[in-house]
Design a protein around this ligand. Sequence first.
Ligand SMILES: [Zn+2]
Length: 208
Amino acid sequence: MDRLIAGYRRFRTERWPNERARYEALATRGQSPHTLIISCSDSRVDPQTVFGAAPGELFVVRNVAGLVPPYQPDARLHGTSAAIEYAVRVLKVKAVVVLGHANCGGVRAMIDGVPAAAGDFVENWMKIAEPALERVRRHHAHDHDHPYEKHVAEVEAEVTKLTLENLATFPWIADEAKAGRLGLHAFRFEVFTGSMSVLEDDRFVPVE
Ligand SMILES: [Zn+2]
């Protein structure tokens, strides 16, 4: 707790005076974020930090591995889908961005097996991403010299693409995207180098 309180005091003395007008406007006029970000809960990959965004700009959904389940409106508790619905249909964001990353513990757990202590929820949650793992396995079925780290990175990238595909199963996302009113994009962040790639024509290319 002490660390959080100390951090709050720094925010209040150092940042708040400069940002006060922005927060007051956001409180008075309400939020109008331009982009919905889907990203991992991983503490090293903070969308607001890596995109240099100010408060009020990004509506962020974070969960284990940054996944989106396929569109399934039923009585179950769809936290991620609820946040997506609110951002796209109520706040009317202009773009949805999936932010994947390297060294993803969720993806690693899917490949190597979920830690015993994460069996109540994580194991089932990661099943959303299994089609991505299957694709990479199929692609390298006859490849006996495929280094583990490369395999993990490929699965991570494929999971990010799958999340983008799952977003398109939401009819009101597909419609808006088709009409050109909503952009759908994917990025990948390398924690070690701090560099970003963007998905273009099914490949991640470095952002200059
Ligand atoms: Zn992750």
